[in-house]
Structures are given as C-alpha cells and as structure tokens.
Design a protein. Structure first.
Length: 114
C-alpha cells in the first residue's frame, strides 16, 4: 500500500488543521491506520489509530482535540486537529499496519505558533 499525506501548514495556537492520507494499492491484511508525529529531537510517537472495524485510540495529549476517521470510498484517512498547541508542532506521518509490517507515507509538517 502507498500512502500520501497532505494538509500540514502553519497555524496559530487555538486553530485547526485537517490532515489527509490518501492510500492506494492493496489494503488486504491492513488491520489499522494511524497518524504518528515526530518533533525535533524527539522520538516518533503515536497520535491516533483507527482499526478497520472503526475502533479508535488516541494519545493522552490529543484526546478531546484530535479526531481520526477513514473514508473508505475515498481511500483516505483523516486527522482533524482542533485547539492546536505549540507542542503539537511536528512532522506528521500516516501509517498502515499489516501484521508486523508498517507502511509509511512521507511526512507533512505542522507548525503551531504561539
């Protein structure tokens, strides 16, 4: 599966952005879709996850502010980010997990100014 992330940009604190991850190719065996982020000098961390059954999970730091969703008809996974904070600044990556294998898209930079 190939993943293409988009939607990043510069936003003021308190603002919103919606990231999109368009996927193509075979999704057979994909169990979950996720958004991860990596801030400068930090490890990549899970932000949000949605399984093929629609179950979602979020990092504590984004609960109540971010929403992950998937539109199967459009082959796209979204991350709606509201009430953004400067600490949300990072490169965001979309991910598709098939068994023990991770497929990654290129990152999209989100910068939140204070």
């Amino acid at each position: 599966v190939q993943l293409q992330a988009s939607g990043g940009g510069l936003v003021q604190a308190g603002g919103s952005l919606r990231l999109s991850c368009a996927y193509s190719g075979s999704i057979f065996g994909i169990a979950a879709w996720g958004w991860y982020r990596q801030a400068p000098g930090k490890q990549r961390e899970l932000v949000a996850l949605i399984t093929t059954r629609g179950t979602t999970d979020y990092a504590d730091s984004v609960k109540g502010r971010f929403t992950i969703s998937r539109d199967a008809a459009k082959n796209t996974v979204y991350l709606q980010m509201n009430s953004l904070k400067p600490e949300d600044t990072a490169v965001y990556y979309c991910n598709a997990r098939r068994g023990l294998n991770d497929n990654w898209g290129q990152g999209t930079l989100v910068t939140v100014s204070s």
